[in-house]
Design a binder for this molecule. Sequence first.
Ligand SMILES: Cc1cc2nc3c(=O)[nH]c(=O)nc-3n(C[C@H](O)[C@H](O)[C@H](O)COP(=O)(O)O)c2cc1C
Length: 327
Amino acid sequence: MARGAAFLGTDYAIMAGAMSWVSERHLVAAVSNAGGFGVIACGAMTPALLDAEIAGTRALTDRPFGVNLITMHPDLMELIDICGRHGVGHVVLAGGLPPSGSIDRIKATGARLVCFAPALALARKLVRSGVDALVIEGMEAGGHIGPVSTSVLAQEILPELAQTLPVFVAGGIGRGEAIAAYLEMGAAGVQLGTRFVCATESIAHANFKKAFIRASARDAVASVQIDPRLPVIPVRALKNAGSELFTAKQREVAQALDEGGLAMAEAQLQIEHYWAGALRRAVIDGDVEHGSLMAGQSVGMVTREEPLAEIMATLIAEAAAALAARG
Ligand SMILES: Cc1cc2nc3c(=O)[nH]c(=O)nc-3n(C[C@H](O)[C@H](O)[C@H](O)COP(=O)(O)O)c2cc1C
């Protein structure tokens, strides 16, 4: 873990992956204060909001933390400049290949750049373009997911690139034994999201936390696309009425397309926008029926609300015991 911890400037090479609405100042500071690496989820925040969130986080911790920016944000360049002004040490870019100019702009601020690599060829491309570290995230994870499992991505990418730059493994990690296993395979560290949602410090609504505590792995399912004309980026979330309604909405839009009542662009937009705001509705307002309960398969290992420091101590103790048992 030493290499990953040195890269992040932390005690442990455990990142708390950015989670929109959940990863705000309180959770981020709690993770960093517990020796891990908190990451602010910028999501759709305006530049002014991100500015305030970074300042608010700094007021709660003097440890390193990062900022996650989504590549398709219309104000990406301005958001990068705000990170630069605050001297943010690490920027995590999510949501596809970085647009032209963004890598140089981030590096010019002095920050280290971390990107998601969904496949080996793309990982190599990102390394060539100068990223400092990679996160490989499998389909067990909560939120937007790719098609490949964590265990396969780890086998494909770690032997090829783990010597070249720090690689962090994400998706489906709920216990320290799994952290130890990925470290042994060459990972510099790991990234967890789902396991941290029910931390006492997390501002997620009590209903959202209750849904996590009740759920088992099989409840965290990926959304399905029902019509080839209407692309859906899969999202892993707990099943609820909202997921059923999303399927019904796709059917309704597909039918309108068939009947000529809707243009293709408008149809695709309606599908894309369906979930906008749904995560906020669940995390902040507590509407766990119609909001989006994004969660990974590791949700079954979330059994109670507990302080972040205890979650971190448990993960580290499990990892250490697993490594010690191997002699
Ligand atoms: C509720 C929720 C919201 C998320 N939002 C984001 C996000 O805004 N940006 C992002 O890059 N990843 C997001 N993720 C993914 C996490 O950062 C992290 O990579 C993932 O949770 C790791 O897998 P795990 O859930 O199996 O631990 C989200 C995950 C969850 C559970």
